[in-house]
Design a protein around this ligand. Structure first.
Ligand code: GDP
Length: 322
């Protein structure tokens, strides 16, 4: 059961209630489902931004700077915008949680009641996005953030997953190490709304900006938004204002063209199918583990005595027929 007071406190922008609620969705299960159901009528305020890129590109630093910039210059007509930050941190095998990163970040924003920061442990060292990120974003929305920034540790699929979660995708790379080439190979060209070449204080940044811009210009397909390429020096806070302006411009363009509405409705559909997949999967494991005949089919597949399609057919019938 979800305590109605928790929902009231959340809607009243109580930070402790928000922290408790995020813990509930992190645990998943019935409470998490009930909570998301209860807050659903109150959604729709936050604009969401995702930042991805290789470890060390300066994402955390950039996110901190973006939050500060939003807080000092305002956002979308509000001079006191609330900013939420969700950072996916690979679970440390030693602490079992994403604690250190929180502490480091907290130091900069801890005095500012307008910024809420939460690290969410990912499933293991590969990084990626915690499954509960989507739900945590909803909680931040209901809590009242104007902008929610989601930061991922870019490793393979995780980088691409961000696309399905946010309104504006930022891909951060650094001048050296062939980051930009890697990003292009990994399909990040396709998902980036904004490219940031961070650490522009280092040699080669201009060339990387030119290279990425060239690749973008080769794509002659008609597009509603042509990705921008910016450069920043996050530590010195140079270029961050332009980056924030570009987020605003992307938002404006996407609203005008209908792209934002389409992305959001596509996202809701994806979420539905993700939930269905997850629950069917869980149900399958449960039914198989409590049915010797089905468990036997699994063993036959393991020993190559039976092909997986035939086994799946039988198992699915058991799961899907009432
Ligand atoms: P993340 O792993 O992508 O989140 O990267 P961090 O934000 O933790 O930054 C990694 C390192 O790069 C830190 O030591 C930062 O201080 C440093 N860094 C971040 N931005 C810049 C920059 O613009 N120039 C330089 N030289 N270093 C930077």
């Amino acid at each position: 059961m979800i305590n109605p007071q928790l929902i009231k406190d959340l809607l009243a922008a109580d930070k402790r209630a928000l922290a408790r609620a995020i813990t509930i969705v992190e645990r998943s299960g019935t409470d998490a489902r009930n909570l998301i159901h209860a807050i659903s009528p109150h959604l729709g305020r936050a604009y969401t931004v995702g930042i991805t890129g290789p470890p060390g590109a300066g994402k955390s630093t950039l996110v901190d700077r973006i939050a500060s910039d939003l807080r000092t210059r305002g956002w979308n007509g509000s001079s006191d915008p609330k900013v939420g930050i969700l950072a996916a941190d690979p679970t440390s095998p030693f602490t079992g949680g994403a604690i250190l990163a929180d502490r480091v970040r907290m130091q900069r924003h801890y005095k500012d009641p307008g910024v809420y920061i939460r690290s969410m442990a990912t499933r293991g060292s590969q990084g990626g996005l915690p499954r509960s990120t989507r739900d945590a974003m909803k909680l931040l929305d209901v809590y009242g953030t104007d902008v929610t920034i989601v930061e991922t540790v870019g490793v393979g699929q995780a980088e691409l997953d961000i696309m399905g979660l946010v309104d504006t995708v930022i891909v951060a790379v650094v001048p050296e190490g062939g980051d930009a080439m890697q990003a292009m190979k990994a399909g990040l060209m396709e998902i980036a709304d904004l490219f940031v070449v961070n650490k522009a204080d280092r040699p080669g940044a201009d060339a990387v900006v030119r290279d990425i811009s060239a690749v973008i210009s080769w794509d002659s397909r008609p597009r509603e938004w042509i990705p921008r390429v910016l450069s920043t020096r996050a530590v010195e806070n140079v270029g961050v204002d332009k980056l924030v302006d570009s987020i605003g411009e992307h938002k404006g363009a996407a609203e005008q063209s209908g792209l934002l509405a389409r992305r959001r409705s596509e996202r809701r559909k994806q979420e539905l199918f993700e939930i269905i997949r997850e629950r069917v999967d869980r149900q399958a494991h449960f039914i198989i583990s409590s049915n010797a005949d089905l468990a036997n089919l699994v063993q036959q597949v393991e020993s190559a005595a039976l092909d997986p399609h035939t086994a799946a057919e039988t198992i699915l019938q058991s799961i899907l027929t009432p």
